[in-house]
Design a protein around this ligand. Structure first.
Ligand code: MG
Length: 375
């Protein structure tokens, strides 16, 4: 940590620590160690081949879950440093926030949730926590990554009351309406800043949405007007990039200013004040409806574009077929998951499917269902 932490930041000194006691790290902070463990995890490497919006093989330039997570981390770090929050913690949460995502983006998650409904459901946030708590098995002394409490708290950004009740201390805040630290709140909104902007970029690149359509979205149109004034005649990719980078900047600065104002308005001085106050990391009142408008635009025109829906429809079928085949005969699972299946078959299947990359899921589907190929 280079700068001094604000009093309301999470610090090692006040941390609730790790479940399994370990010697202090040398040459790095405890939260840097968390970040490093996340980057060295198998689940992190898999993010490269998991869909954000576009399936991995559709084009080399679209965001994947990995490049998305890196963008979230970069935005999170900038804001954390400016507010004198714990930058290492904020970065660790951002890098880990999507580790539990299924193949094929939200389509995969909703299909798996449908399959798991009779067995306790499937939530990707909870799965991210499960990944770092139990599914990564590389360390001699413990299962999972044995991360700091506050990193785990940040990874679990949403949780149903039912699931929260089974999570002990970590689930408590969902039942008592307390807020996580500012680093966690921040990573959550940085996620939104990243995808709202890169989905416009990828959407335009794919040709599924157009600049003409975006003229009706105020937050985009306003920045585009500024670019047109500063750089008359600019077009193509440069125009798009100049507009989007200004949008990212606008959202980051708005968030910074509003968050500072909220911290002051609620008289927040300590970390305990943060837990007891309403959510402090937030956009300003004028920006919020504009971002809602942008989200609605992306939903109606990109996420629900017929070409995207065809892809997501197929993705759901792949996930459901895989689940049904393994459920009908768990002996089709690889040996390590058969072992897990002894305790809870459905959960072991969900773990196996959630861990798959897009292309692995497609390959596994071919192995199980392509009658022309038997091997
Ligand atoms: Mg995300």
């Amino acid at each position: 940590m280079t700068t001094e932490l604000a009093r309301y930041a999470v610090s090692e000194a006040t941390s609730r620590g790790r479940d399994y006691a370990e010697a202090e790290p040398s040459a790095r902070s405890e939260f840097q160690r968390d970040r490093d463990r996340i980057i060295h995890s198998t689940a992190f490497r898999r993010l490269e081949y998991k869909t954000q919006v576009f399936v991995n093989h559709e084009g080399d330039l679209f965001r994947t879950r990995l490049t998305h997570s890196i963008e979230v981390a970069q935005i999170t770090r900038t804001i954390a440093r400016t507010l004198a929050l714990n930058e290492d913690l904020a970065e660790a949460i951002a890098l880990a926030h999507d580790l539990g995502h299924t193949p094929f983006g939200h389509a995969g998650q909703s299909a798996l949730n449908d399959c798991m409904r009779p067995h306790g459901g499937f939530e990707h946030n909870l799965q991210s926590l499960r990944t770092v708590d139990t599914l990564e098995t590389h360390y001699a002394d413990f299962d999972g990554l044995n991360l700091m409490y506050e990193t785990r708290e940040g990874i679990l950004k949403h949780c149903s009351r039912e699931n929260a009740a089974q999570l002990g201390a970590l689930g408590e805040r969902f039942l008592t309406n307390r807020q996580p630290g500012l680093e966690a709140q921040l990573a959550n909104l940085a996620d939104e800043i990243a995808y709202n902007n890169h989905d416009i970029d990828d959407g335009l690149r794919s040709g599924l949405i157009t600049l003409e359509q975006l003229a009706e979205v105020e937050v985009f149109a306003a920045q585009r007007r500024i670019v047109a004034t500063k750089h008359p005649g600019l077009g193509g990719r440069r125009l798009i990039h100049e507009t989007i980078r200004r949008m990212v900047n606008l959202m980051v600065l708005d968030l910074l200013e509003q968050t500072r104002a909220n911290i002051a308005a609620h008289g927040v001085e300590t970390l305990d004040d943060v837990h007891g106050a309403p959510r402090l990391v937030a956009y300003s009142d004028p920006l919020r409806p504009q971002l809602l408008e942008l989200k609605r635009f992306l939903r109606d025109n990109l996420y629900h574009h017929y070409q995207v829906l065809r892809m997501t429809d197929k993705a759901k079928r792949i996930v459901k077929d895989l689940f049904a085949a393994f459920k009908a005969d768990p002996r089709l699972l690889p040996p390590e998951y058969q072992l897990r299946a002894r305790d809870d078959t459905a959960r072991a299947i969900a773990d196996y499917i959630a861990g798959m990359t897009d292309r692995y899921a497609m390959k596994e589907h071919r192995r199980l269902f392509a009658v022309g190929e038997i091997h």
